[in-house]
Design a protein around this ligand. Structure first.
Ligand SMILES: [Zn+2]
Length: 373
């Protein structure tokens, strides 16, 4: 085979050169064209011939690559891996460093005693309304790790609603007859976002500003404020961090996590599967649709399971549903949510749905299979 191929190759090359030589002798002024043709023809011939000779090798390579792509993740992760996760975002969010944590003195005028206990601060409610597609990245949200407590919110002109809010609370607490409420799968509040249900590409929402660069779906700012005020009344300080994240930020968090596991010696596939239990896979995070917020508290700023034992963690677990928020990834439901227990991550679903889930001890996935038409 080699001998005959070699023969062909030389023949082709020689034939091309002699043809070009004749052409160049006839048209001297066009000799550069002949040379270019010769070069291209011989190069292409050798190029194709090279692949032809190595066809088995390249087929094997293609098969290996295909196998790797098809088997690397996108499958349901095994939950039995015995490794502890640290957090959704970087550990130890430092309260002192945050530029938006508001001093409690600003509250002193209204009630010094209350101000001492409570740490809900500032939502600067600028009425900025951006239409957001979560898949469109916004670079200015990157590298922001802020925290917001209630005083900021109260300073921004939301005080007037206080009395109305208290009435709303009573209404919310009073109504619990969920049996007659039906839920539509098209309701934005109960939108199911997880690995199996990524964010629809055409999903759009209005982004409202909580404070500075911290944003979320504008429709959940008022319920969030209501919840933070109610917590303050009970002497619990809630601090919001990391609400809306764009695709770039989510991707960065996820990639960092994968790299960390790979640095520890894991294969890419193992690292991906494990990372997907600790950080939501980009494109399927509720933070990207502005409906999820992470909450910490004064004196405990780590996003880890220990938050569940703080006053804030307990208060949220018991009361958040009254304001339409659910603990999205509860303990004991990891097999269903495929996300580890996250006592700090709260998702707005509306009061009706939150009450149904609280009454039936269901996570959002279970709620969908039982109540959503
Ligand atoms: Zn979160």
């Amino acid at each position: 085979m080699n001998a005959s191929n070699l023969q062909k190759k030389i023949t082709y090359k020689e034939r091309t050169i002699s043809k070009v030589g004749m052409f160049n002798r006839k048209h001297k002024y066009l000799s550069f064209l002949g040379l270019a043709y010769a070069f291209l023809a011989i190069f292409s011939y050798n190029f194709v011939f090279y692949f032809y000779r190595n066809v088995k090798r390249f087929t094997c390579l293609a098969c290996i690559i295909l196998f790797f792509i098809s088997s690397s993740s996108f499958s349901y992760p095994a939950m039995s891996l015995n490794i502890s996760f640290d957090s959704d975002i970087s550990h130890d969010v430092n309260v002192e460093d945050a530029d938006v944590v508001i001093s409690t003195e600003e509250l002193a005028e209204s009630d010094a005693e209350l101000a001492k206990q409570v740490e809900l601060d500032s939502f600067v409610l600028e009425e900025t309304q951006e239409v957001v597609n979560p898949d469109v990245s916004e670079a200015d949200h990157l590298n922001q790790e802020n925290q917001v407590s209630l005083d900021d919110m109260l300073n921004a002109g939301i005080e007037d609603n206080s009395e109305i809010i208290i009435e709303d609370e009573q209404v919310a607490l009073g109504t619990s007859d969920s049996s007659e409420i039906s839920f539509s799968k098209n309701d934005w509040k109960i939108m199911l976002v997880n690995k199996q249900h990524p964010i629809p590409e055409d999903y759009e929402f209005h982004l409202g500003t909580i404070s500075g660069s911290m944003k979320c779906d504008e429709r959940i700012i008022q319920p969030l404020l209501d919840m933070m005020k109610a917590a303050r009344k009970d002497g619990v300080a809630l601090i919001v961090c990391s609400p809306y994240r764009d695709m770039d930020r989510q991707t960065m968090l996820f990639t960092n996590k994968v790299n960390k596991y790979m640095d520890a010696g894991m294969s890419y596939m193992d690292a991906y599967n494990l990372a997907s239990q600790a950080v939501t896979v980009p494109g399927s995070s509720e933070h990207q649709v502005g409906l999820a917020i992470d909450i910490i508290t004064e004196g405990y700023s780590s996003l880890d399971e220990g938050f569940a034992n703080t006053a804030a963690g307990k208060w949220l677990a018991a009361n958040s549903y009254k304001y339409g928020f659910i603990l999205r990834y509860p303990a004991g439901k990891e097999e269903i949510t495929s996300i580890e227990f996250e006592p700090w991550h709260f998702r707005y679903v509306g009061v009706d749905a939150a009450e149904v889930m609280a009454q039936n001890d269901m996570c959002l996935e279970e709620f969908w299979s039982n109540f959503v038409e």
